[in-house]
Design a protein around this ligand. Structure first.
Ligand code: 4AD
Ligand code: MG
Length: 430
């Protein structure tokens, strides 16, 4: 017979099974004893009644401690009052290991304490729900892109040069030479797009962000699609399609987890295309109406993004930022060369940027000029310039930040809960 898993309890009604899991919590009403067991796929209540099981088994209940590993056998029953709708009538318990003084108790703990115990905290209901939604979002990205003609081409993690500015590079010693952890797979994606047309990479990005905000990690994950023969508008269309695909998938497969997080599911269900598209200038106007200060030419910071995105109840796009606040590779708008043909995708409800992308400069001479203006060493970019020497075409793409997307969909107050083991300015443990 198949192994029993709590999330498949429905298929086992009336059958004898062995639940292999851990003790989440327990309850005792004298004659009836309840174990709340978790097995990684869910939580299930197991019950024993005095007189219906042997005394040794019944009395053994008191010795069972939180997070002990147990193999509990019994019969699966439908039980409306039980969490999840099914219950296990206990026939036997095999203790695999007794756990002593589990540090995370049902009482309230501070975030610092919980983060120090992240390796254990992941077992809690709430963290479990978030991680399952994260996994679903990642799979949705892959399914959407694989199903729409994009080929996965992995980008390297060790890189010789910057992609997103030299101030946030993490340097490493590479056999006596200086190398960096990648900030984005984009430059390699551009090479791949010229070889495969539509591509994406998926992996970790590293940024030495000194920022202590609820949006910043030093290690985060991005999915980055890139398309040859495509401009800014096609990129915005793909961003919108991908976001809708992710939302529908999570609503379809992870509704229970969203409800466990007390996410307003109706809010997510009401999100319909097309998502609003506004220019940087229009966004700046809204930011000022909201009472936030910002000079034309500056990038939005956390307070401005919060103010702006509170005005929306669907994701929305801000396009054509001033070139001075964006990366060297961005193509300029022919109609107004002060502007870059770029786009940010922002989540509503105060969350702000979750996507960054746009059209890439495809002219060799212009790109060389930008590399100079941004004070980057041209020799490191010779391979990248080759893409403009040999069959250069317009191309564009974007990066969707996984943690920020998870944080918004789950409505978390901080991205640190959106990744299994967060890395931040003040945290590299556990
Ligand atoms: O806007 P960014 O910097 O864009 C790029 O890296 C492009 N090269 C991507 C591309 O066009 N292929 O980063 C993209 C996304 C952001 O919108 C955000 O969601 C996430 O990555 N991100 C971070 N997430 C958590 N912590 C940080 N420090 C992040 N920095 C960026
Ligand atoms: Mg950005």
């Amino acid at each position: 017979m198949d192994h029993f898993y709590i999330e498949r309890a429905k298929e086992f009604v009336g059958k004898e099974v062995t639940l292999r899991g851990w003790l989440y919590n327990k309850r005792d009403s004298g004659r009836v004893k309840f174990l709340l067991l978790r097995d990684g796929t869910g939580i299930m209540q197991a019950v024993m009644v005095k007189g219906e099981v042997g005394d040794a088994l019944f009395d053994g209940f008191d010795a069972l401690t939180q997070e002990s590993s147990l193999m509990v056998s019994g019969k699966v029953r439908e039980e409306k009052r039980s969490p999840g709708g099914y219950e296990l009538s206990i026939k036997g318990i095999e203790v695999v290991q007794l756990s002593h003084d589990y540090p995370i108790t049902p009482k309230e703990h501070g975030v610092g304490f919980l983060m120090d115990h992240r390796h254990l905290w992941l077992r809690s209901k709430r963290q479990h729900a978030i991680m399952r939604i994260r996994a679903e979002i990642i799979q949705a990205c892959q399914d959407y892109l694989n199903g729409n003609g994009f080929t996965l081409i992995d980008a390297p993690i060790f890189t010789p040069s910057a992609c997103e500015g030299t101030t946030t590079l993490f340097g490493v010693d590479y056999f006596g030479r200086k190398a960096y952890l990648t900030q984005s797979g984009q430059l390699y994606n551009e090479a791949a797009a010229m070889a495969f047309g539509k591509v994406y990479c998926f992996g970790p990005s590293f940024r030495a962000e000194k920022a202590k905000t609820r949006r910043h990690l030093t290690e985060f994950w991005q999915v980055e699609p890139e398309m040859a023969y495509a401009g800014l508008n096609e990129t915005i269309e793909v961003c919108q399609d991908l976001l809708l695909f992710i939302l529908r998938r999570v609503l379809e497969r992870r509704r229970e987890e969203l409800e466990r997080l007390e996410r307003d599911v109706g809010f997510l269900e009401r999100i319909k295309p097309p998502f609003p598209r506004i220019s940087y200038d229009q966004a700046l106007k809204i930011i000022k109406e909201e009472g936030e200060e910002l000079q034309w030419g500056e990038d939005f910071g956390a307070p401005q993004e919060t103010a702006l995105s509170q005005r929306f109840d669907t994701p929305f796009f801000v396009h054509r930022y001033p070139t001075q606040c964006k990366a060297f590779y961005m193509k300029r708008d022919e109609k107004d060369p002060r502007l870059a043909l770029c786009v940010d995708g922002l989540a509503p409800e105060g969350y702000g940027e979750i996507i960054g992308g746009g059209e890439r400069e495809d002219d060799l001479q212009v790109l060389k000029q930008r590399i100079k203006e941004y004070d980057l060493p041209e020799e490191d970019f010779q391979w990248y310039l080759d893409l403009r020497r040999f069959g250069s075409v317009s191309h564009s793409g974007f990066g969707l930040g996984i943690e920020r997307t998870v944080a918004w969909i789950c409505k978390l107050s901080h991205v640190r809960e959106a990744i299994p083991f967060p890395r931040m300015l003040d945290r590299i443990k556990p």
